[in-house]
Design a protein around this ligand. Structure first.
Ligand SMILES: Nc1ncnc2c1ncn2[C@@H]1O[C@H](COP(=O)(O)OP(=O)(O)O)[C@@H](O)[C@H]1O
Ligand SMILES: [Mg+2]
Length: 243
């Protein structure tokens, strides 16, 4: 029998190691190391322009790295294309409303089902329950939905890829309050289900703190502080996050 002291540490689901990335001449990520445990929520915080979106894009294979490594379930995914990372279990809700405007809502959802197959189809009802408006608007073109509805569709689409890690980049940015509540509820519910991990970039710090288990704060492409949810104090917010 293994005694408690000998129980091995939990293997991280995602492990970003000393990741560096640049746009042309300017260095954007300066050696970021970050871990996401299984079934946990990590808030990724920091002021505008510090590199949060760039880090997420690197994790998804949308921005090339210059150095470092990204491991998922213990294996390097650095050489994988974005679609391969999606099939491996990385779901991404990008900043802004990145849906297909000329496809219907249903067709937008089908793009995800083509990645996840049966496992994704089994989650359709869950998505309709989280966001009833999606079911009501299946036949409409994505482009005619309101901003908040498009964001709900983008989240629904990511859930249908049946991810092991779901990455949200400012899901409530620029969205009307009534829909923000629905999006926050959906993220809490996904967390409660407890069968996936989440990375959440979010400017609403009360919500980020309530939702997360751990946080990382970026500043100018580096992690300047990491800790557990309860360590995200007013003092920390004042020092690293207020404008
Ligand atoms: N396509 C791009 N080309 C050049 N620089 C970019 C590009 N996208 C973002 N940047 C720069 O990279 C830095 C980090 O941006 P970003 O990752 O979007 O930060 P955040 O998400 O934290 O606001 C910023 O200085 C931004 O101006
Ligand atoms: Mg951003």
């Amino acid at each position: 029998m293994i005694s408690e002291a000998e129980t091995p540490a939990v293997e991280p689901l995602l492990s970003v190691h000393d990741l560096k990335a640049s746009y042309d001449e300017s260095i954007i990520l300066r050696g970021v190391t970050m871990k996401v445990k299984p079934n946990s929520v990590v808030a990724l915080l920091g002021r505008n322009g510090v590199g949060k979106t760039s880090l997420l894009r690197s994790i998804m294979g949308l921005m090339p790295k210059t150095e470092g490594d990204i491991q998922f379930e213990g294996r390097s995914i650095s050489g994988m294309r974005t679609d391969q990372r999606a099939r491996a279990g990385l779901g991404y809700v990008p900043q802004g409303r990145d849906i297909f405007p000329n496809l219907t809502v249903q067709e937008n959802l089908e793009v995800s089902l083509s990645i996840s197959g049966k496992a994704g189809k089994e989650r359709l009802e869950e998505v309709y329950e989280l966001f009833p408006v999606i079911k009501e608007m299946l036949g409409r073109k994505g482009g005619v939905l309101s901003g908040g509805q498009q964001q709900q569709l983008a989240i629904g689409r990511a859930i249908l890829t049946n991810p092991k890690l779901l990455i949200f980049d400012e899901p409530t940015e620029g969205i009307q309050p009534s829909i923000i509540d629905q999006i926050e509820d959906a993220i809490h519910l996904l967390k409660k289900q407890g069968n996936l991990s989440i990375i959440l970039v979010e400017q609403y710090l009360d919500f980020a703190k309530a939702a997360c288990d751990e946080f990382y704060i970026l500043d100018r492409g580096s992690v300047v502080l990491e800790g557990e949810s309860e360590e995200l104090t007013g003092e920390v917010i004042e020092k690293y996050l207020t404008v």
